[in-house]
Design a protein. Structure first.
Length: 275
């Protein structure tokens, strides 16, 4: 599967017996963003509880990756099998769905894609929707195998201040990156990890869809990162995955996500911040 699929592609494949559609919409989010498509979903879609079962809520940080065993069990409860073709969307267009795409890639599942335009794009194309209801689902046989090379910790990022082994790409807005705009989470310092680069995830999206490959290429090639490994960060590890996904097929560098992201870094007063 391609990493991003169109609404037309999904419509044509709705009756594939191996297809699993995941709705990764948040009920509320810290940024205050709201959707015009609450209460409906793509037919047969299953709710992916990003902030519940699919986060390590014991970490003290939002949205951090659960353990391999917890992710496997939660995925099986969603009826996901090893041969499932997963398409994930959210009701904002492109917002939380890339995080789910990344999580499955990290856990060893290759057949996963993000729906370009999400639920808004689907509904605007006049494709069918249904009220949000729960369906009885048979337990799946999904097996997780965590690739730790795709996840970076605060220890890794702190060590990189000296080693400069990888480049940190920050997906937050330019104002938050520069420290001129307040953080949505109270009490966090403004600014960015020293030596990181700013690529706001909003700059990659036009009306809920990824920009053209030509436009994305211009954005990413302007960074001059050559073949250096890249580590994507944001506020809580979610929109970092939007920017990572936007770079797929353009930058072939090794890629990972700093899972604790700015929420972890900024509350650690022993860590340096640039403005």
């Amino acid at each position: 599967m391609n990493a991003v699929v169109s609404a037309a592609w999904l419509k044509d494949n709705l009756h594939d017996p191996d297809l699993v559609i995941l709705d990764a919409s948040l009920k509320v989010n810290v940024s205050g963003k709201k959707s015009d498509y609450d209460g409906i979903k793509i037919p047969g879609a299953r709710f992916f509880d990003l902030e519940g079962e699919f986060s390590d809520n014991a970490s003290g940080l939002p949205h951090t990756l659960p353990s391999e065993a917890a992710f496997e069990q939660a995925s099986q409860k969603l009826g996901i099998n090893n041969n499932s073709k997963i398409v994930v969307y959210d009701n904002m267009g492109i917002y939380t769905a890339p995080r789910v795409w990344w999580m499955y890639k990290v856990m060893g599942h290759k057949n996963v894609a993000v729906l370009d335009g999400g639920l808004p794009g689907w509904a605007q194309a006049s494709y069918p929707t249904e009220p949000i209801t729960a369906h009885k689902i048979a337990i799946g046989n999904f097996k997780a195998k965590l690739d730790t090379s795709q996840v970076k910790s605060v220890v890794d990022v702190k060590g990189n201040l000296d080693s400069q082994e990888f480049v940190v790409i920050d997906a937050r807005s330019a104002g938050r990156f520069n420290g001129t705009e307040p953080e949505p989470r109270a009490g966090l310092r403004g600014g960015h990890i020293p030596n990181s680069l700013s690529v706001p995830f909003q700059d990659l999206i036009d009306d809920g869809h990824f920009k053209s490959k030509e436009e994305l290429t211009e954005i990413f090639e302007s960074l001059g990162v050559r073949d250096q490994p890249l580590v994507f960060s944001c506020g809580s590890g979610v929109t970092a995955c939007v920017t990572l996904l936007g770079s797929e097929g353009i930058l072939n560098n090794p890629k990972a996500v700093y899972d604790g992201s700015w929420t972890e870094w900024a509350q650690r007063l022993d860590l340096p911040v640039e403005r």
